[in-house]
Each structure stands twice: as C-alpha cells, then as structure tokens.
Design a protein around this ligand. Structure first.
Ligand SMILES: [Zn+2]
Ligand SMILES: [Zn+2]
Length: 564
C-alpha cells in the first residue's frame, strides 16, 4: 500500500516537473492588418540523404507540406557540379534545389546556380565570385557556429545574405539543463521544445548590422535541418555514424520559417523559384519563430518625401523620414525599431509609428513576445532593413589603379628557366607557340590519379629579385574552357612558404591583374602578406581544389609583367 502511494507520489512529482518544464503552446494571433495577406512561407537550408540528412527529397517535401509551408530550399553539401533538380511543385510545395558549399572561410549557401563547370571550392572570396558569375546568390552559413571550421569568417567578401539564426548552431551552445528540458518536453510539443534552444544571436546580429552600413545584405533564419543530432560533432560533412534520427523534419519546419513580403507565386515552378530566390537576395524577406506563434504578417514602410520603401529597399532622403510598422502581433508583443543596429523606439502591440531625423540610416524591426526562450530572448519576428540614403546597390569593384612602371618577365621567345612540377600520375607540357605578334606560352595539363592523392600540375617561373620593388603581377591569359588557375609565390627550399591567389579563366582572352597584397598564405587563410624579398618562384598551379581528378585542359599565357 505504502509502496503504491510512494510510486504515485513519484509519478505526481514527475508530472508536475514535466508540466512546469513544458514550453507554452503557440500564441493565438489577431487577423492580419488591413491590406495584408497571410505570407508565403518556406524554409531554407535543408539536408537530405543526398548528403548528411536522413530522408529522401520526397520525404522532406511531404514534411514541408505537413508543416504548411509553400516553398522549401534544399541545400545538400556539394561543390555545385551536380546539376540541380529543376524547380517543381510537389504536394503543393515549391521545391527549390540549391547547394551548401564548403570553403576555406566556412560554409556558403548558393541559390540559383546552374551546374557549375568546375568544382566550386577554395577560398570564400573566390567561391562567392564564382557564384555571382554563374548568376547565383551567396549566403554566409551559420556565422555563429561554435565550430570554427563551419563558421563563415570572411566579412570583406560581398556575400548577398547571412543566416542570422541557424538551428544547428543554436543547440550546440546550450546548457545541459536546457537541452534536457527540450529533450523531455519534445514528445509533447516538438516545435516549442526545439525553440527552447534558441537565443538572440547577439554577435551575428552585430556583424550583420555592421555589414548593412556598407551595402545591402539580407538576413534569413536557416533551419539547417538534418533530422539528426550528433552527426556534426563526429565529422563533417556526410558522417552518419552514431547519430540519432531526431528531431523530425516536420518539427524543424514548424519551429521557424522565412516569409516573403510583396511576392506572389504564379503556379509555374520555374518562374516561382526565380521569384523566391530574387526576394531572398533582395531582402524582401523576414523570419518568424512559428513555435511561438505564426504564420504572421508584417508591413514595414519607410517614407521620405513622396516615396515609400519596404523591406530590402533603398530610399533616398527627400524630406522628413517616417517609419510605420503594422504586424499581426498580439497586444503584449513589443515592436522594436533599430536604427543602424541600435534600438531607437519601441511600441506595445501591433503598431509602431516613428518620426526620424532627415538623415541617412539603416532601419529594421524586431518583434518580441513575452516568455520567448533564450538569454537574451530570441526575437519572434525579425525583418530586413530599409536603407535610407544608403545601400543603393552592391558596390562595384574598384578598377585597378593605372600602373606607371612595369618589368617584363615573359613577352617573346623561349621560356627561360621555367620548370614543370607535378604529381607522379599527372601530366604537363609547356610549349612556346606563335602569337600575333611574337610568341606565347601554351600550358597543357592532365590531372590524373585519385583525388585522395591530391594530384597537381605547376608551371614554375623564376621570380627575379626585383619582385619586391613591385606591387602586382599582370599577364594575359585564356583557357580552353572555364577554370580556375592558382597563381602562387614561393620561397626557396623544400619546405618553402607559399602564398596564393586564384584567378578565373575561360576562352575569352583577358588581362589578369593580381595585387601581391591580396595573396594569402597556403597554410592559413588569415596568414600574412607574402614576403616578396624571399620569393624566388612564381607558380601557375592546377590542382583538385577546382579541377576534378581525370580532367585536362590548356591555358595560353602571354605578357607576364610586374607592375606598380
Ligand atoms: Zn554547414
Ligand atoms: Zn548545412
């Protein structure tokens, strides 16, 4: 009898603890503000079993339909040489196939790419350049990841977007008791239990606010859904050993989503995929933690003079600036208006109006709900900025300064002092061929052997001691097809130090102009600038960073000069 009572007491305590630990159910929301519709919602950054996810594309799409999403952007790990699936409507959900690319500066999500002509890899700045050349959009993945090899680090490179929130980064930095609470309550309220692991990612938001001072950069909440826990701690990517198939895709998709403002879909998958990608790139997108309440509509309108701009847009200063926010928010929500990353106004409820100085500034909005998880609490909604008097467009690369002084290294005649270095299985030949006028160099290569053996071919030219008096290397080049060539500077000795700068080539002849200051150490991406006084060789290298083992090609090079 006493034993039974004891057991009942234990059960009662357990039930009480569970009830106390149970996160709140999602909030009921008022109808959308007048003139606004329920937004188009989707999830970005999802892995399937084509890389390190657990389900097929078909299962992921079924989960997306269950979660009530209108689009889903799948981003399996890859180098973009797999032809992406065509956009398609399945189970009423628009399926967009994209890719997550690993670079030496962290991971990038690339949207809107065709099949790439060579593997996209290497330094972040080069991969972003390739993504842009191929007509795609580059989003810095999980910049807040506690794992340095995953986290995006190169803020000089003009990415189009950042993941302000990434579920895979978020759970890694939680305290044990929060993880335990999420685990225990997960069977009862899955999306809400997952949301317990979210915080306001302060440093990522600070970084983003700093970037938007210089140019337009959109921010998205990214699921990074794998439907597995534990995989990344063991090895990345693709390592599936010892992982739990938890949480399910459907729960992840109900945790948070991105919504498009001012976008309508036509029902034609290809047109709609273009529209979704364009809206994300242009910042016509906001994020909502649906586990707390959703879907929710929002209007963010900034007026100056006779013009009004909404999320993602630039607005010239042409008179007093007025900011108006209308949201499908409950009465106890808090709307915060941020100017250049700093809170300048708050309002309770569903509406905020603010008169701002007639000056350039970047405005964005966050909405908080009481009881939101995290320290500090994760914003319930987060929108993209309106750029007042700023961010008219991405900056155009400044042209190279005109050189006044040159030293010719190759122009005409034999290739004196050149050598070929290569892996055993690879092949290379250097020939002097006729050109108009004079001659040029023909470099032919075949990269053979297994990728594991890191095959390479290097055409090595002696650097003269004069290199230290110059600032740049300039040459004319073309290749028989699109490729990247790694130009390297090397110091003498078996363990000579190397610095590299990767350049793009294709069948159109071009002048390549690379500043020595832009070369980075092969050993570390943040290494110091080349020690020119010690450099004795200049190498033109083709390796498996951007060439597949088994590929071959040729490059014509002429007019190699130092310049300053
Ligand atoms: Zn990643
Ligand atoms: Zn990922």
């Amino acid at each position: 009898m006493f034993r039974l009572l004891g057991r009942l007491a234990v059960l009662a305590v357990a039930a009480f603890v569970l009830l106390a630990a149970l996160p709140s159910a999602p909030r009921g929301l008022p109808p959308p503000p007048e003139g606004l519709k329920t937004p188009l919602r989707g999830v970005i950054h999802v892995h399937t079993n084509r890389s390190d996810g657990t389900s097929s594309v078909a299962d992921v799409l079924r989960s997306a339909a269950n979660a009530g999403l209108q689009f889903i952007i799948v981003t399996d790990h890859g180098d973009a040489t797999r032809a992406p699936d065509l956009p398609d409507y399945r189970n009423g959900v628009l399926y967009i196939d994209a890719v997550e690319i690993s670079t030496s500066n962290g991971h990038l999500i690339a949207l809107g790419l065709p099949k790439a002509p060579y593997p996209l890899a290497g330094e972040g700045r080069d991969v972003v350049e390739d993504i842009h050349r191929l007509g795609g959009i580059a989003i810095a993945a999980h910049p807040g990841s506690p794992k340095p090899e995953l986290r995006w680090t190169d803020w000089e490179t003009p990415v189009d977007g950042v993941e302000w929130l990434n579920a895979d980064s978020e759970w890694r930095d939680e305290r044990t008791w929060t993880l335990a609470r999420a685990l225990v309550t997960f069977p009862f309220r899955p999306p809400q239990a997952l949301a317990l692991l979210l915080d306001r990612p302060e440093s990522v938001l600070r970084q983003w606010d700093a970037l938007t001072q210089q140019r337009r950069v959109s921010a998205v909440a990214a699921s990074d859904a794998h439907a597995r826990v534990g995989v990344r701690s063991l090895g990345e990517p693709y390592d599936s050993a010892g992982s739990l198939h938890f949480p399910s895709y459907t729960s992840s998709f109900r945790e948070f989503s991105i919504a498009l403002s001012d976008t309508t879909l036509t029902g034609d998958a290809e047109t709609d995929a273009k529209r979704v990608i364009e809206a994300i790139g242009a910042g016509r997108v906001y994020s909502t933690v649906d586990a707390l309440g959703g879907p929710a509509a929002i209007r963010f309108a900034v007026t100056s003079g006779s013009r009004t701009a909404s999320m993602g847009e630039a607005l010239p200063v042409a008179g007093p600036v007025h900011i108006h926010v209308d949201a499908q928010a409950p009465a106890d929500a808090t709307i915060t208006l941020l100017r250049d990353g700093t809170s300048v106004a708050t309002a309770r409820g569903a509406r905020l109006d603010h008169d701002a100085p007639e000056q350039p500034a970047v405005y964005r909005v966050e909405i908080g709900l009481p009881g939101a998880p995290g320290t500090p609490p994760v914003p319930w909604m987060l929108g993209n900025p309106v750029y007042v008097g700023r961010g008219a467009d991405h900056p155009i690369d400044s042209p190279h300064p005109a050189s006044r002084s040159f030293m010719t290294l190759y122009d005409n005649g034999p290739a004196r002092g050149w050598r070929i270095e290569k892996a055993d299985a690879s092949d290379a030949a250097l020939d002097v061929i006729g050109a108009l006028p004079g001659t040029q160099l023909l470099m032919r290569f075949a990269i053979s052997g297994t990728a594991a053996a890191s095959p390479y071919v290097a055409f090595v030219m002696p650097a003269t001691g004069m290199i230290a008096m110059y600032e740049r290397l300039v040459f004319n080049a073309r290749a028989d097809r699109p490729m990247r060539l790694s130009v390297q500077l090397r110091t003498p000795g078996g363990e000579g130090e190397r610095w590299r700068r990767s350049v793009y080539l294709d069948s159109t002849p071009r002048t390549v102009d690379v500043a020595f200051d832009d070369f980075r150490s092969v050993r570390s991406t943040n290494g110091s600038a080349p020690d020119l006084a010690k450099v004795d060789s200049i190498l033109f290298v083709i390796d498996t960073t951007n060439a597949k083992a088994g590929s071959n090609g040729q490059i014509q090079v002429d007019d190699i000069r130092y310049a300053r």
